[in-house]
Design a protein. Structure first.
Length: 205
């Protein structure tokens, strides 16, 4: 028994005709996959009486698919804008927070810091990345903070505690430290609160 090559499906037969038409131009291989050439062939098939109904149906499907892609693109653009706006808001909250926020590694090397951290440490914010936080603390304060980081490394839940007195010369009161794992592997978010600072109560930046 001999099976038909093209079958009886009109869409399949139309596809074979379109492929045959596209393959007719042997002078330029790239033209075989050209979207413009494919559309031209499809429009030609839509102009012929015997293939017009199926070609028009296929054109309609392509138009619907194009609109779907455009809607998806619009949604992706809108989602990207919302994400960028959200990141900008969180960045502003981080930068303007009245308490010191720092991202450090296990060796207490600073990777990020907000403006309040720079004021507390008496340094320019731009100079903090790459600098050891231990250099701004007393040996006892650096050791206590290191212990907090080690606790968080063992147990992902955040921990906090008061650093030893005079851990930081610029602090006007007891220095409260809160430590949590940062989103970046091997890094920690450190929050230092000078409990004697009036900027926390007034919201000064």
């Amino acid at each position: 028994m001999t099976l038909p090559l093209a079958g009886t499906d009109p869409q399949a037969q139309l596809r074979l005709k379109a492929l045959s038409r596209l393959a007719d131009d042997h002078s330029e291989i790239a033209a075989r996959s050209s979207p413009m050439k494919a559309l031209t062939v499809l429009f030609e098939l839509a102009s012929a009486a015997e293939t017009a109904p199926d070609a028009l149906a296929l054109l309609h499907e392509l138009q619907v698919h194009q609109v779907e892609l455009e809607l998806q693109d619009e949604e992706l653009r809108r989602s990207r804008l919302e994400t960028e706006a959200s990141l900008a808001r969180y960045a502003a909250l981080y930068d303007r927070a009245p308490v010191a926020y720092l991202t450090v590694d296990a060796g207490l090397v600073v990777h990020e810091a907000n403006a309040a951290a720079a004021r507390l440490l008496g340094a320019d914010r731009e100079d903090l990345p790459g600098r050891s936080l231990a250099a701004g603390l007393s040996p006892q304060g650096a050791a206590a903070l290191g212990d907090l980081l080690a606790q968080v490394a063992r147990d992902p839940s955040a921990c906090n505690g008061l650093l030893p007195p005079a851990s930081l010369a610029a602090a006007t009161g007891a220095l409260h430290a809160m430590v949590a794992n940062d989103a970046a592997p091997g890094r920690f978010l450190v929050v230092l609160v000078d409990t004697g600072s009036t900027s926390i109560a007034t919201g000064a930046t």
